[in-house]
Design a protein around this ligand. Structure first.
Ligand code: DI6
Ligand code: FE
Length: 395
């Protein structure tokens, strides 16, 4: 007789996400001992437990993971959205000093507490959809102190809610106004002061490699500094143009390359070699009315794992719904239901360098329990939320 667990969810249908697919177990059960999964499998063989929860045949998936967000920021860009409706482009607005820089002004003016207060409704929306791990980037401070403020706010969000927060330093998001015309000078500051100061506060380093962001040479310098300080890298790459950013990221062993609408075959081959995850962000594609789709079929053929995320940000993806990101991944990028689900669980975990996003003994007991009769319903509905309940670290 196995030792009793603390909690047992029984009478459930499981999508364990193990074995390369959905890993379905009918008549299944999940047990937790402390904050960790201690049993996954047929209900008939489940251990006894101090507390037993009858799931009435509901589906259990791993808690969902949003692996690319800019959740912490002040203000919004509704007026810029209106200007874009009148015909202005995202790049024109950015070059005229609006866009990212208007959020930088608002974020610099906000206190750490204010950043937490404005981020909480967005975080709560993700939590309400079963998200148990979220990545949050800096990148709207662009000074040492303001980037630290954003990262601290992000970390503190993980103290005030039951959620795992992974922080990413995105100091190389835009050239700040005080360095206008001197992007290299700003990159020096990022490499010499900001990256060293964020060790222990950032889990990874990201950059925006783009005509309106940083050149591949500048991005490479940021990556080199990150690697020296033991921080893994990821990259906003090939969103608006092809600068071979994904291949550059892959050469630095990047966890993920994100966006990728303009990714080419050489970039895909490089990502395959380095095990870099392709994180697709259909919310930004939709909101900017991008016409070029990421090369999903070629990524698939090459065996590059795909993650999906909200990119929740005020400029190009004002969306805090992981379920909508899944629906958009299917409708706009033609991902399968299985790819959408793997994209917000196991592959999203790998995009963060984490071993979770599966129902497996030894994994953190993060569960999403759903009022659905088939996993496809999680992808199919628009604007609906069938979450029944959510478990974070066994609670
Ligand atoms: N790509 C994006 O889609 C966001 N950042 C980036 O590098 C947009 C950020 C913003 O417009 O505020
Ligand atoms: Fe982004």
């Amino acid at each position: 007789m196995a030792t009793p667990a603390d909690k047992l969810w029984r009478n459930a249908r499981l999508a364990t996400m193990t074995g390369g697919g959905l890993g379905v177990v009918e008549h299944g059960a999940v047990a937790a001992t402390g904050d960790t999964i201690s049993y996954v499998g047929p209900g008939a063989e489940a251990p006894d437990a101090a507390e037993i929860i009858d799931c009435d045949g509901r589906w259990i998936t791993p808690g969902l993971i949003d692996c690319h967000t800019h959740l912490v920021h002040a203000g919004n860009r509704a007026k810029e959205f209106e200007a874009r409706l009148e015909g202005a482009t995202y790049e024109e607005i950015a070059r005229a000093g609006g866009g990212i820089l208007s959020t930088v002004t608002a974020t610099r003016a906000a206190s750490e507490d204010e950043l937490i207060a404005t981020a909480l409704p967005r975080l709560d929306q993700l939590i309400a959809e079963g998200v148990t791990t979220v990545e949050i980037k800096s990148g709207y401070g662009l000074t040492l102190n303001d980037e630290l403020k954003m990262l601290r706010a992000a970390r503190r969000l993980g103290d005030v809610r039951n959620i795992r927060v992974r922080t990413t330093l995105l100091a190389a998001h835009a050239v700040p106004p005080e360095y206008r015309g001197d992007a290299d000078g700003y990159v020096d500051l990022v490499c010499r002061e900001i990256i060293p100061a964020t060790v222990g506060l950032a889990d990874a380093v990201d950059a925006f490699c783009e005509g309106i962001g940083f050149t591949p040479e500048q991005t490479g310098r940021v990556f080199a500094a990150a690697v020296v300080h033991g921080l893994p890298v990821k990259l906003h790459a090939e969103q608006l143009s092809n600068l071979n950013g994904a291949a550059l990221a892959a050469r630095h062993g990047a966890l993920s390359a994100d966006h990728l609408e303009h990714l080419d075959n050489a970039g895909i081959a490089a990502m395959k070699r380095s095990g870099t995850i392709a994180t697709l962000l259909p919310g930004a594609f939709y909101f900017t009315r991008e016409e070029r789709r990421p090369p999903v079929q070629t990524l698939r053929d090459a065996g590059v794992p795909i993650a999906l995320a909200t990119d929740c940000n005020p400029g190009t993806s004002p969306m805090a719904s992981i379920l909508l990101a899944m629906n958009m991944g299917a409708t706009l990028f033609r991902l399968t239901v299985e790819e959408c689900l793997r994209g917000v669980t196991i592959n999203a975990a790998h995009a963060l360098g984490l071993e979770l996003g599966v129902l497996e003994p030894g994994s953190p007991c993060d569960l999403a329990i759903w009022n659905i009769s088939d996993p496809a319903e999680l992808v199919y509905r628009i604007g609906a939320n069938p979450l029944h309940s959510r478990v974070f670290a066994g609670q």
